[in-house]
Design a binder for this molecule. Sequence first.
Ligand code: ATP
Length: 296
Amino acid sequence: MRYGSHEAVKGIDLDVSHGEIFAFLGPNGAGKTTTVEILEGFRRRSGGDVCVLDEDPASAGSAWRDRIGVVLQDSAPEPGLSVRECLELYAGYYRTPRDVDETIELVGLTARAGAMGTELSGGQRRRLDVALALIGDPDLIFLDEPTTGFDPSARRATWQVIAGLRHLGKTIFLTTHFMDEAEFLADRIAVLAAGSIVAEGTAKTLGGRDHLATTISFTLPRAAKATLPKGLRPLIESGTNGTSVIRSESPLVHLQMLSHWALEQGLELADIDVRRPSLEDVYLSLTAQQPGKGKR
Ligand code: ATP
């Protein structure tokens, strides 16, 4: 996709399987919205091949649109309509809509079904957005940052709603800036940076995460350093606030050596911390060098 001379998305190659929750991550300006809008049929691409539900989104008709649900980043409730009325209105746009009350229940809005859309809290409004995306009973749902601005419990509740869609056999294409969201929900993740895919995999394997070193950190009494076993001594690095750090690809072996030695010495190592690289660590290192950071 080119905007004038700027190539915003280049050579990306993605396959998303039926029934999968696929998360699309990337810094601001990486090209996520551009890609998603091409897939949704809202943006005309400059080149490349795209196939969504067996059709090219650029030429697909209304029957294809019926099979797609979209939750945009921002939306405004229909003025003067209650939650139920709004869903009834949208249901009328589709050939085979879902049952309105069942859809309201699915997103946890039954108690607010009679409330005006404009009276809903931010989190409840987002649930209404999800309900509106579901009312046509689509096969594929695009969710663009579905929990931005939510409090932690509203986020968790929305995750449960999204996870529940998997059980309905829906395919979800999720865009998010939250690593915990991608980790909780996604079967697979792709990271986009400066218009190219820099990594693809599961939350556990993305960017070689499963092979990265584990960090063991602890505070060593100064006098104890000299008695450390020979196998550990060369591995000790200085961490922040006077801590000692071991970066290990065999953490069990090194933890066993360390704890054996500490018990012998009668040392507590009270602040010992063992940390696997988080998805955020991996994401930050994958996107750190990319010029696509920073937006329009
Ligand atoms: P964010 O996370 O901030 O939403 P994004 O990954 O969705 O970012 P895009 O909105 O797809 O990024 O933008 C990708 C690049 O294309 C950016 O450099 C942006 O400035 C540029 N761009 C996007 N839309 C247009 C447009 N209509 N005209 C010109 N350039 C555009």
